[in-house]
Each structure stands twice: as structure tokens, then as C-alpha cells.
Design a protein around this ligand. Structure first.
Ligand code: ZN
Ligand code: ZN
Ligand code: FE
Length: 752
């Protein structure tokens, strides 16, 4: 029997080769009918034998093009038919008011394009902007929707006859690939000195490679913005890059042509290999090899490198056959947003880069590389986001239920924003620290841009409870919309619930830097219970003082002193500890007075600050130059030969209503071990284990009291691989259902 069925396919189905795919599929199954794009997605009517239509739909669902992602296939109508169509055709796109089509994220160059890139017989041989419907730029070039060439930065490049032919041929891999281009008609690269004067040469890319080999620093325009590139085996140039970027200890990311090359300096397991090669092409944190050609100052004091594979043809042309790795760090000066426009980059990076490799394909909005790591939860390997940007934005997070459209403005330090359309939530790319005026501008621009391309019309704003965050102040300034301030750690908890589509009461273990607490103190070691409507703070790490407030966040000796004071009173200030010896006598006097009297010493329960204090007490580090540095170094020095059951003592004081974790015994243990000369790897692992056991013990009490066994783990401290993996294990063994982040980061980048 012959039927004619009409379907609406929703999801990321435009600009990803979907219609040609449907067309070919219809040919294969000898079905007639048509397919077109509209603002809701892709609509198709197929006519033919029922079992063939079934197979056709099965293939659409299961064998679609790599960049497509289907959220629903809806059967709009089904009729008996006597053969009204004679062929299958791709019809012209229709525009419908209610735009629900989704925009794809930027994607790495596909294997077909890569083959052509290095094929001397191909007409795009060595053309640095080769792309097709399966690959290339998307989000970074879209100015408006629908996703069509005139609404992208490709509008300035009229297609040549050859490109046009491919663009219009439904059976071509480049059918309706909006960024399609070639040497004749498309964008170009050129090289300039730091003042913007073009350096005439036959091959700008080859010339750039030579300069990098000579120890020069280059600003290279890529897909989402500029990178600063340099040779990582050249200690002198790395040092110079640190000086020019005003970047002391923070590691530089590496760009490497192949996994084979990466294995020369880092250890890559099977899962890490997969995520390196995934279409998002994130920076992946990988364990360093004992010795390699990479200079020590690329990632000082750490046992990991952040490494990514090339994702643009330009990167491949630079790296392949030339380098095993290049430093590819965000093209900005300290604290500024990533540069993405030629003119501004030349202005702002002229003291940082020696040369500029520029191109003229416009970038609509700057977008950094994403950073991920592989973690093991039970028997599963999982990709864990640290920074969510290129390759992920604007992928959505879908929740069950209906939600009014809102805007969440996030936090201040690692900010992202989020907008929703019904139950689809769109988190922006990583924006950064809003205290920088230029970043605050890109925060505002990101909100405007997302609102525009998503056609979202928020009816309210959610902000952080902290009244002085730039994001909170921005929210308050939008007079037309009601603002709902949300406590920071409760937002972390809700974010992890949303990430896992949990819509019921659960427990939240939220370990963090600092967030503004409901009682006005600086929270950060919290045990919460609640749902999307409300929460209760059941437990926390007992408050200690942060002498000097923000000053202590950098000068962590102060935190060490504060924890010592809590545990011993003044008696330990003169003892033979490194942290004591690196303070002058009068500093100790002033500090002890501040701590004792609570002068300019806000109270905190923050886990990151506890890590800081412990690092200072054992003499690992006294000063941090980026958030979380001490915690990362403590994690990296863990002695893994020591089992989980080795830990320090602690107390949990519970009165039936709340539980307060007292770590003074742990601090005493750490001091004792330090004084007898135990090494830092030993102390660090015992310290981590203590935290893990504390979580397990508090949670058993909470389960008893609240009859809840679902647990979400969130907050920046859970970026710590040892901590998240072992906390997961111990809780799972204790019968809890444990959830961690997958779609957004566990740090403040996930808050919005
Ligand atoms: Zn391609
Ligand atoms: Zn062309
Ligand atoms: Fe946080």
C-alpha cells in the first residue's frame, strides 16, 4: 500500500547538510515527495511503500549527518496515496514567524575537506578556508537568522561560478554550505608586522611558520578570535610571552597537529584520544610525560598540559610537518577579552606580538577555546567541562516542563549568561571577569546578540545574590524587568540539577571559591537540600576568618595563619613552619590581632580557601596568581600510592537542625606531619581523603533526616579530578545516586 506521510523534523537541522541527506535517502528508498527548510526546522513529505517510509525515518533518526542533532520528528499527516508525486525534490525555504530553528556551533574541519586541503589536484589545495556542510564556522559568523549567507560575515564574498555550482547542487557536499569559498572568491590571509604593515611574500602561512621557528611571537586570527602563538620548546620565548602578557604562572595551551605528536610530550588514554578528536576540538587536560621537548615554563608547577588538535584548515597548514606543538593561548592582554577584529587586535596586541597573521573573514562575536578533562565515574569515562565556549555555544540544555522566558546574568569572575525559550536553555560562551570594562562590554554584547539570534524576549532576570557584582548591578539597571537574586551555591545546585534534568528534591554538595551567603558571610563549603523552589542549608564547613578579605585571596599565607589560629590559638605562630618563617614578626603581630579581633576579616566556609590555607601551611605556595592555583597544585602533587582510607581526624557537630564541620583536628594533623617532614604528596592525599570522608558522613546524616538519596556535586572545587572521582565512588558505594555536570561547567561558568 502506498502512503504519503508528512513530517516536521526539529533540532539542529539547518546548515548541516540535512536536506541533501534527506534527498539522497529518498533516492535510495525510491520514495517521491519533497523537503524544505522553514523556521521551525525541516519539513518533508514522502510517498511510497510503508515499510520503506519506516526505514527512511529510521535512517533520519539514526544515520543523520554528523553536525545535525534531532530533538523531535513529528508526523504531521498520513494519507493513503495513489502516487501524486513523480520525483523527490528539494523545495525553496519557507519563512515562518515562529522561529525555532537552532543554530549550530562552530566545528572542526572534516576529514573530506582535510583530504582536499592536502590534495595538489584539488582546486582548494592549501586553501585555508575550505569547508563544507559537515564542517566549518557557524555561530561565530552568524549575524542574524535564518542561517543564510546574506546574514553571515560571508556576505562580502560573492561566490565564483565553481563555488556557486557546488552550492546549488543538492548532491554536492557543499550544497547550501553558507561559508563555501575558494581561493578565487573567498577570504584571504596575509602577514603584517606589529604596526600592521603588510609583509609581501609568496606564502604568508609558510613565512609565519618560519618566524615562529625563529622564536617570534605571532598573533594569529582563527575561528573565534586571535591566538598568540609561539614555539613551546623555546624557554626564552615562553618567558618573553609571559612577560608581555603579564602572566606569571597560569599554564599556556598547546596546539598539536596529531595525537601522535601529542604523545611525544603527554600521556593520552583511549577516552582522551576520543575527546581530542571530537568535533568540538576543545583543549583537553593531559598528563605530562616525565621529559619532553616542551619547556618547563609552559605549565610551571603542574603535571598536566592543556592540548588541542587543529580545528581550522589554517591551523593544519601551519602545524602539519612543521611543529609537534605550538603555544596557542587566547589573543588578549592580561584580563582583556579575546581579540577578534583585525584593527582592534593590531592596536591591543602590538606590544605582545611581533607579527600578525590576519584574514578577512569577519567574526561576529569573540569566542575562546573550550577546555575539558576526562574523568572516571564508576565504570564510565566522562568529558568534564572546565570552560564552555567554541564548539559548544550555542548548544542548548533542555529541561522538562514549561518555563517562561528569562535571562540569567550569572556571576562576576567566570561569567556566562543564559537565555531560555520555553524549555530550551542557551548558555553563552565563556565571557570572563566583568570587573574588566572591556569584558563587561562583551557581556552586554553577548546578551544582545543571543537575544537577537534566538529571538528570545525575557520577562525577568535572575542574578547573583551578591549586590555588588557587575552582573547584579546590570540586572538592577534593567528597570522594566523584575529581578530575582539567587544565592550563589543554591544556583550551583540548581545548575547541576538542570544539567541532569532532575526535577525533584535532592542534596547539593557545593564546594567553591566564595559566594555571597544568605547570612552575609562568604560561603563555599555547603551542604544544601532543596528543589527548584527553595533550599535549606543543612551543613557547612565552620567559618574561619579571611584576614584582609580579598588581600588574603592572593596572599594565602594569611589564610594559613587563620587556620592555624583556629586550631592552636597564637601558640603556633612562632613555630618552625615555613608559613611562619616567611612572615616578618610585625606581620605576624598585625595578623594575629586582625584574626583575634576580627578586624577587616570576613567569615568564610569556602573550600577553595581551605585548600589555599593548607597549601600555605605545608609551604607549597604562599601567593596565588590565578584563582584556584593552590588547589590545582595540591591536586597535582597527590601521592596516588596511598589509599583512600588514610585520612586526618575531623569532627561534625550536629544538633538535629544543622551540621557544622570542624576541621581543626585535620589542621593539627597536617601541622604535625609537616613538622616531622612528611612530604607534600602524602599530606595532600590525606587532606583530600579527609574532605571525601566528611562529605560521605554528612550525607548519611542528611539522607536519614530528609529521606533523599539523589546528590548533585557542583562548584569549582569539583574540577579536582581526584576529589570528584573519589567522592562519586564513596557516595555510590553508600547507596547514593550521584550526579555531576556534563553540559555546563561545575565552576561559575555554569551558574547562569
Ligand atoms: Zn568539510
Ligand atoms: Zn569560489
Ligand atoms: Fe561558585
Amino acid at each position: 500500500m502506498i502512503r504519503a506521510n508528512k513530517y516536521l523534523i526539529k533540532g539542529i537541522v539547518q546548515g548541516v547538510g540535512f536536506r541533501p541527506f534527506v534527498y539522497k535517502l529518498a533516492m535510495d528508498y525510491k520514495l517521491n515527495g519533497w523537503v524544505y527548510n522553514d523556521s521551525n526546522g525541516v519539513t518533508t513529505e514522502v510517498e511510497g511503500e510503508e515499510d520503506k517510509i519506516k526505514k527512511f525515518i529510521y535512517d533520519i533518526e539514526n544515520n543523520h549527518p554528523p553536525l545535525a542533532s534531532i530533538t523531535s520528528i513529528e508526523l504531521l499527516s498520513s494519507k493513503k496515496s495513489n502516487g501524486k508525486y513523480e520525483e523527490f525534490s528539494i523545495r525553496k525555504s519557507k519563512t515562518v514567524d515562529n522561529r525555532e530553528a537552532l543554530i549550530a556551533a562552530d566545528t572542526n574541519v572534516c576529514s573530506d575537506c582535510l583530504r582536499e586541503l592536502f590534495d595538489p589536484k584539488d582546486r582548494r589545495y592549501k586553501y585555508p578556508f575550505i569547508n563544507c556542510t559537515n564542517c566549518g564556522p557557524r555561530y561565530s559568523i552568524i549575524e542574524d537568522i535564518p542561517y543564510d549567507r546574506p546574514y553571515t560575515t560571508m556576505k562580502y564574498f560573492p561566490m565564483c561560478a565553481d563555488c556557486k555550482k557546488e552550492y546549488e547542487d543538492p548532491l554536492d557536499r557543499r550544497f547550501h554550505a553558507q561559508p563555501v569559498a575558494c581561493e578565487k572568491c573567498g577570504p584571504k590571509v596575509w602577514l603584517t608586522d606589529k604596526t600592521g604593515n603588510e609583509i609581501k611574500c609568496d606564502n604568508a602561512i609558510q613565512k609565519a611558520v618560519g618566524l615562529l621557528k625563529d622564536g617570534k611571537i605571532l598573533a594569529v586570527k582563527g575561528l573565534g578570535g586571535f591566538h598568540l602563538m609561539a614555539d613551546p620548546s623555546n624557554e626564552k620565548v615562553v618567558k618573553e610571552l609571559r612577560r608581555r602578557k603579564d602572566r606569571k604562572g597560569k599554564p599556556f595551551a598547546l596546539l598539536s597537529p596529531s595525537v601522535e605528536s601529542i604523545k611525544k610530550f603527554a600521556i593520552v588514554n583511549k577516552h582522551e584520544h576520543e575527546i581530542l578528536e571530537s568535533i568540538e576540538r576543545s583543549i583537553v587536560l593531559l598528563k605530562k610525560k616525565e621529559s619532553s621537548a616542551i619547556a618547563e615554563n609552559v605549565a610551571p608547577g603542574l603535571n598536566e598540559y592543556g592540548v588541542m588538535l587543529p580545528y581550522t584548515p589554517l591551523h593544519f597548514l601551519m602545524l602539519k610537518g612543521n611543529f609537534d606543538a605550538l603555544i596557542a593561548t587566547s589573543g588578549n592582554t592580561s584580563g582583556d577579552p579575546i581579540q577578534y577584529e583585525n584593527k582592534n587586535a593590531l592596536k591591543s596586541l602590538s606590544n605582545t606580538a611581533d607579527y600578525f597573521l590576519l584574514h578577512n573573514r569577519g567574526i561576529v562575536i569573540g569566542i575562546d577555546d573550550s577546555i575539558v578533562r576526562s574523568i572516571t565515574l564508576g565504570n564510565d569515562k566522562k568529558t568534564y567541562l572546565i570552560r564552555r565556549a567554541r564548539g559548544y555555544t550555542p548548544k542548548k540544555v533542555t529541561l522538562q516542563g514549561e518555563y517562561e522566558s528569562g535571562l540569567a546574568v550569572g556571576v562576576e569572575l567566570k561569567d556566562t549568561v543564559c537565555l531560555n525559550r520555553k524549555n530550551d536553555f542557551f548558555v553563552s560562551q565563556y565571557i570572563g571577569d566583568l570587573k574588566n570594562l572591556k569584558i563587561y562590554d562583551s557581556f552586554k554584547k553577548s546578551i544582545k546578540h543571543l537575544k537577537h539570534i534566538l529571538e528570545a524576549n525575557p520577562k525577568y532576570i535572575a542574578s547573583d545574590l551578591h549586590p555588588n557584582f557587575y552582573s547584579s548591578r546590570f540586572a538592577d539597571e534593567q528597570k522594566a524587568l523584575p529581578v530575582f537574586p539567587v544565592q550563589h551555591h543554591y544556583a550551583h545546585m540548581a545548575s547541576c540539577m538542570a544539567d541532569n534534568n532532575i526535577n525533584e528534591k535532592c542534596i547539593g554538595v557545593i564546594f567553591d571559591g566564595v559566594g555571597y551567603g544568605a547570612d552575609g558571610n562568604m560561603w563555599g563549603g555547603e551542604f544544601l537540600v532543596g528543589d527548584y523552589n527553595d533550599y535549606k542549608r543543612y551543613g557547612y564547613f565552620d567559618y574561619f576568618k579571611l584576614p584582609g578579605g580579598d588581600v588574603a585571596v592572593k596572599d594565602i599565607r594569611r589564610i594559613g595563619m587563620s587556620l592555624l589560629y583556629e586550631a592552636f590559638g597564637e601558640s603556633l605562630f612562632g613555630q618552625d613552619l615555613k608559613v611562619n618563617k616567611c612572615l616578618k614578626e610585625e606581620e605576624i603581630t598585625v595578623l594575629s590581632k586582625m584574626i583575634e579581633k576580627g578586624i577587616n576579616s570576613p567569615l568564610t566556609s569556602s573550600l577553595v580557601r581551605i585548600f589555599d590555607g593548607v597549601a600555605a601551611i605545608i609551604g607549597k605556595r604562599f601567593e596565588v596568581d590565578y584563582e584556584g592555583q593552590a588547589a590545582i597544585e595540591l591536586e597535582h602533587c597527590i601521592d596516588k600510592s596511598i589509599g583512600l582510607d588514610n585520612k586526618y581526624e575531623y569532627e561534625i557537630n550536629e544538633d538535629g537542625e544543622e551540621a557544622v564541620v570542624d576541621i581543626r583536628k585535620m589542621i593539627k594533623g597536617i601541622v604535625q606531619d609537616t613538622l616531622v617532614g612528611k612530604d607534600e604528596g602524602y599530606i595532600s592525599v590525606l587532606f583530600h581523603n579527609t574532605i571525601i570522608f566528611i562529605v560521605a558522613e554528612v550525607l548519611v546524616k542528611m539522607r536519614k533526616k530528609y529521606k533523599v538519596d539523589k546528590v548533585v556535586l557542583s562548584g569549582g572545587v569539583f574540577l579536582n579530578k581526584y576529589l570528584v572521582e573519589n567522592t562519586y565512588d564513596i557516595l555510590t558505594k553508600n547507596g547514593f545516586k550521584v550526579y555531576t555536570h556534563s553540559q555546563v561547567p561545575t565552576n561559575d561558568g555554569g551558574i547562569s
